[in-house]
Design a protein around this ligand. Structure first.
Ligand SMILES: NC(=O)c1ccc[n+]([C@@H]2O[C@H](COP(=O)([O-])OP(=O)(O)OC[C@H]3O[C@@H](n4cnc5c(N)ncnc54)[C@H](O)[C@@H]3O)[C@@H](O)[C@H]2O)c1
Ligand SMILES: O=C(O)C(=O)C[C@]1(C(=O)O)C=C[C@@H](O)C=C1
Length: 286
């Protein structure tokens, strides 16, 4: 934020003392506070950045200390569960606008961010019918200051969309890496040595934070089970095509999926930029 002077001052808190220490060391924010009450007391904007399963408890703890007129948002990867867990704690006069930046890497912790992380990325907001347009406009302008593009949608639609574009792909990557781990005819050394780039991409995703992803699946249960059910059906169709030698079917299927990939690139939404997932240079840390 200091990078573009979007806020007068940024304060941060983490319950883990080691994280607070690192944040102080690298100058992540202007002030590192030692309690939740202290960090939100004078804040105009409060952003909750904890695993989805922890959002409710954090909201309950900050609620009595929130300033009237403040905006509370979050970065959680699932939205309906956050609406249900956080919403009831938000006092009258405070604006709650849930959010989700579609940007990140498999890294976590205070050293993993970099100033350009949100440039040209979507930041989804899921306001309700009661959300005041002025508060929404303020938050939108703030996030656009990071270089992000803001879209709004309702929370259930967010959750089914992200089940397709993020949550289930992560589960599939976790599964493939798990399968490689269980195959006894291929040694671990061979898997490491002969990892082709497809599998390497899977292992990057499968190195993501276990707590964050546990919470994603526990809280977006219905949507991920729906999409995984469809995935399993399609997998069986492809499995059958392989068994019966139905080359025509396989070719036609892969032609369709290639068109989807090309459509994503044409829309400028390719996330495989060469520097994606790299560690930040010190000059880029906020
Ligand atoms: N990493 C990504 O790619 C990414 C992208 C978009 C959204 N998100 C979402 O943003 C949120 C934060 O993810 P992150 O990658 O910044 O994680 P992170 O691990 O870097 O930070 C989360 C912090 O929350 C703290 N925490 C954990 N449990 C807590 C609890 N019960 N009470 C208080 N604090 C607690 C931890 O100490 C940790 O420092 C998650 O909800 C995640 O789903 C992550
Ligand atoms: O590390 C990655 O590439 C990611 O998968 C980041 C990713 C994503 O699925 O795009 C993961 C979860 C978040 O909620 C947002 C972004």
């Amino acid at each position: 934020t200091r990078w573009k002077k979007l806020a007068g001052s940024v304060a941060g808190f983490d319950r883990d003392a080691e994280v607070r220490e690192t944040a102080r060391e690298i100058g992540l924010v202007d002030t590192v506070c030692d309690s939740l009450a202290e960090v939100v007391r004078d804040a105009d904007l409060v952003m909750l950045c904890v695993p989805v399963g922890a959002m409710g408890a954090v909201a309950a703890e900050i609620a009595p200390h929130l300033k009237s007129g403040a905006i509370v948002t979050d970065t959680g990867s699932v939205k309906q569960a956050v609406v249900e867990a956080v919403g009831p704690h938000i006092p009258e006069g405070v604006h709650f606008i849930p959010g989700h930046p579609l940007a990140g890497t498999e890294q976590s912790g205070p050293r993993s961010g970099f100033a350009t992380l949100f440039v040209n990325r979507w930041w989804l907001l899921t306001p309700s019918e009661e959300t005041e347009p002025q508060a929404l406009a303020l938050l939108r302008a703030y996030l656009e200051g990071f270089g992000a593009s803001v879209d709004t949608m309702d929370a259930p639609h967010h959750d089914i969309t992200l089940a397709v574009t993020s949550h289930c792909p992560h589960l599939i990557a976790y599964t493939m890496v798990g399968v490689a781990d269980h195959v006894r005819r291929v040694s671990h050394q061979e898997i490491i040595k002969y990892s082709a780039s497809g599998f390497r991409d899977f292992t990057r995703i499968a190195a993501s934070d276990p707590t964050m992803w546990r919470d994603v699946f526990l809280t977006n249960k219905e949507a991920t089970l729906d999409i995984l059910g469809r995935f399993a059906e399609e997998l069986f169709v492809l499995q059958r095509a392989i068994r019966t030698g139905d080359g025509e079917m396989l070719h036609e299927y892969f032609t369709r999926t290639r068109a989807i990939r090309r459509g994503i690139i044409d829309a400028g939404q390719d996330t495989d930029a060469p520097d994606f997932g790299r560690q930040p240079k010190p000059s880029e840390t906020m």
